[in-house]
Every structure is written in structure tokens, then in C-alpha cells.
Design a protein around this ligand. Structure first.
Ligand code: GDP
Length: 413
């Protein structure tokens, strides 16, 4: 009997994290992995060992931490973090990673704002129609300037970016975050530990600024979202849920880029970033359909996520693992596949058997009996498959690598 999918597709997020070198991509990724509960012992490493040391130690013991894709859980969502090649310019690898992910977090250094490599990765994400949220990191650093950082997004990327949070203080006075959507504040000296935190009222000296920026945010969202615009024009109150929904729709449509703030060293900012991934980045159901074509023809097929279709996946990375040998990382677009099945490598026109299927977590892996639409997993046993190959149902050959994204955007209610 076919296995049941563990996570509903609408609760899946396939994301990548991109940044100019040194902006904090690695630190932010590690913290995300920590808060998603898969790195349990950050506070319990032995005396003096940093988290990185601990991670290196784990790696020496053969446990994959920085794998090509890491599956994590945040609240009742599954977040697959796909490694994007570090800070390189235009390569097929970056393009391939952008094909297999559905949303991006762009990390900025709050002192530098948008930097040259930020521009490169941003443009590539835009070319692939990948929605993007911005995390202005290092607010605690000397020279950190949130307003300047947001301005650089407008000036250098010409992007319709808007703050959905503002920092309380900067540099060594950075002490919390105001959420402009909920109009609540999070202060670092209150309940700094754990994944639940207290919200407090916005501090008195920030109330005017927060109110002004909230109103600007509502206007900016109204500009790109008809539902919010209608209420706005009618002078009706826009609820938090309606504002969130408007931001989500506009972000997925690439008309809006929410900007968040924080420091990868501080708990709440990173947890709020995870909330934003869930709130504003699309599930595989909400992305534009992927275009594949039938081998040897010009005939194209639109792939819309769902399990009730023939299996189609892209092999996006091959890795060698000390224990199991060759790991083929796959993104499943449609259908499902139990381990032990044969697939067609449509690119090479040959049949291959998928022996086992693994889900790679930050510090462990789990064997799974089946992969489903939207999943990212590693397959063992594929001997002839190389990066970029299409793996499909044996009777339904499709080539996925030359995908292009069509217009218009698919509306999801
Ligand atoms: P990457 O090159 O983008 O992966 O950047 P890293 O995560 O390696 O970070 C670069 C440097 O910035 C490291 O020394 C980090 O410890 C430091 N860093 C990262 N996040 C923060 C932050 O929020 N505040 C401060 N002050 N330093 C940070």
C-alpha cells in the first residue's frame, strides 16, 4: 500500500538563502537549523566550543550537516533549505538551485545594505520568478543602519521592497523588533529563550514612527493587492490577517519584497524570519507551473504540483557519502515514488532503480519509504544519473532541465 504523505503540500516550503559574502548566510542558516529543532544542543556544547566547532565535530563523525538540502520543521510546516552555491556569479549551479526552490531569503549586512553579489543573486532569483524576502542582518554591528539598507534595495535593485519590521535601536543599543503587521514589539531582554516569546506594546518613543510606517506599509500593499486596496479606498479597517494575506499574495506575485530585520545572533529575529517564510513564501502549490517537454519534441507540458500525476523529478545534486555511497538529491515536481521502484532517466533514456530514499536533516537522516510531490530528498542506487537529469515515470518521459517559467502568475485562492 502506498505510504501516506506526512506533510500536506501547502505546509511545505522549499527555500534557499542567498547573500553577498560575509553578510551572515552561514550563521543565519545554522540558526534556522537550530530553531527548527534539528540541532538540539547549541547551549550544551562543551565549554568553549562554538556551534561551528560542534558542527565540524559532528561532520568528522560522518553526520551530514551541510548537505545539499536540509529538511527542517517549524511549527507544523516542513521547510526544506536548499543550499545555493556560495557567493558565485552566474553559473548553471545557481540556476539549477533556483529551479528547485520556491522562495529565497536574501540576507543583507545592515551596515552595507545591497552589495555587488547581492545584486547578482537577486537578479537571478528574479529571472526565475522566485519570490524573495529580505533579512537585514547584523543590526547589532557597529555602523548598522536599517533605513539605509532598505534604501539600497530601492536604489540598487529597483525592487518594491518595504519594511514589515523595524529595529528598536541599532548597534550595541539594538534591543528588539517592532512588527509593523501586528503592531507589536519583541524585546530581547524579555523571554529571550525558547520558541515562544512575549509580545509587548510598542515602546512610547517608537509609537509615532511605527504608526507612520504601518500606514505606509498598508498603502504599499494596497498598491499591489486589490483586496487590500478595496478596503483601503472604502476607509475600512484592514485586519492583521488581511494585511498578511495581501503581503503574501503580492510577494508570491513578485510585486512586493518584505524586509525583515534582526541579528542572526539573536533568537527572536531568526524565529520571526521563520514565521515570515511560512507566512509569505509560497508552497509548491502556489508557484507558477514548471514547464517540461517531451523528449525529442517541442511539445511542452505544464507541471502543477500534486501527487495524482505521473512521477517527475529533477536530480539537482550528486554527492558522495561515506556510508551509503552516491546520493542523488532530487526535487519531486509531480507524483510520488516508493523506494525500490524503477524510474526513467528521461535525459539519458535509460531505466534506473531507486534503492533507498533518505531525508537529510541537519544532524541526522531518516529513511523514507516514499517521496511525494514537492519533496526534496536524496536517492540511493541511481548509478547513471548525473546533475540536471530528469527522472520520471517509466511510461511518461519528460525533460525538466530546460524549464522556463511562463506568465501569467497562477492565482491561488
Ligand atoms: P556568510 O559568508 O554570508 O556565510 O557569512 P557568515 O555567516 O560566515 O558570517 C560572517 C561573519 O559575520 C562571521 O564572523 C559571523 O560571526 C558574523 N555575523 C553573522 N551574523 C552576525 C550578526 O547578526 N551580528 C554580528 N555582529 N556578526 C554577525
Amino acid at each position: 500500500m502506498a505510504a501516506k504523505r506526512e506533510f500536506p503540500l501547502d505546509k511545505t516550503r522549499n527555500i534557499g538563502i542567498m547573500a553577498h559574502i560575509d553578510a551572515g548566510k552561514t550563521t543565519t542558516t545554522e540558526r534556522i537549523l537550530f530553531y527548527t529543532g534539528k540541532i538540539h544542543k547549541i547551549g550544551e556544547t562543551h565549554e568553549g566550543a562554538s556551534q561551528m566547532d560542534w558542527m565540524e565535530e559532528e561532520q568528522e563523525r560522518g553526520i551530514t550537516i551541510t548537505s545539499a538540502a536540509t529538511t527542517a520543521q517549524w511549527k507544523d510546516y516542513r521547510i526544506n533549505i536548499i543550499d545555493t552555491p556560495g557567493h558565485v556569479d552566474f553559473t548553471i549551479e545557481v540556476e539549477r538551485s533556483l529551479r528547485v526552490l520556491d522562495g529565497v531569503i536574501t540576507v543583507l549586512d545592515a551596515q552595507s545594505g545591497v552589495e555587488p553579489q547581492t545584486e547578482n543573486v537577486w537578479r537571478q532569483a528574479a529571472n526565475y520568478n522566485v519570490p524573495n524576502i529580505v533579512f537585514v542582518n547584523k543590526m547589532d554591528k557597529i555602523g548598522a543602519d536599517f533605513d539605509y539598507s532598505v534604501q539600497t534595495i530601492h536604489d540598487r535593485l529597483q525592487a518594491n521592497a518595504h519594511a514589515i519590521q523595524i529595529p528598536i535601536g541599532a548597534e550595541d543599543q539594538f534591543s528588539g523588533i517592532i512588527d509593523l503587521v501586528t503592531m507589536k514589539a519583541y524585546l530581547y531582554d524579555v523571554d529571550e529563550v525558547g520558541d515562544k516569546w512575549d509580545t509587548v506594546d510598542i515602546p512610547a518613543d517608537y509609537q509615532d514612527k511605527a504608526k507612520k510606517m504601518h500606514d505606509e506599509l498598508v498603502e504599499a500593499v494596497a498598491d499591489v493587492n486589490d483586496d487590500v486596496m478595496e478596503k483601503y479606498l472604502n476607509g475600512e479597517e484592514i485586519t492583521v490577517e488581511e494585511l498578511k494575506a495581501g503581503i503574501r499574495r503580492a510577494t508570491i506575485d513578485l510585486k512586493f519584497f518584505p524586509v525583515l530585520v534582526g541579528s542572526a545572533f539573536k533568537n527572536k529575529g531568526v524565529q520571526m524570519l521563520l514565521d515570515a517564510v511560512v507566512d509569505y513564501l509560497p508552497s509548491p502549490l502556489e508557484v507558477r507551473p514548471y514547464i517540461a517537454h517531451k523528449p525529442g519534441t517541442e511539445e511542452s507540458v505544464e507541471l502543477q504540483a500534486g501527487d495524482d500525476q505521473p512521477f517527475a523529478a529533477l536530480a539537482f545534486k550528486i554527492a558522495t557519502d561515506p556510508f551509503v555511497g552516491r546520493l542523488t538529491y532530487i526535487r519531486v515536481y509531480t507524483g510520488s515514488l516508493p523506494s525500490g521502484s524503477y524510474v526513467l532517466n528521461a535525459t539519458k533514456d535509460s531505466r534506473e532503480r531507486v534503492g533507498r530514499l533518505l531525508q537529510m536533516h541537519a544532524n541526522h537522516r531518516t529513511e523514507i519509504s516514499e517521496v511525494f510531490s514537492g519533496d526534496i530528498a536524496a536517492a540511493i542506487g541511481l548509478k547513471n544519473t548525473t546533475t540536471g537529469d530528469s527522472l520520471t515515470d517509466v511510461n511518461t518521459p519528460l525533460i525538466l532541465e530546460s524549464m522556463v517559467f511562463p506568465d501569467p502568475v497562477i492565482q491561488v485562492s
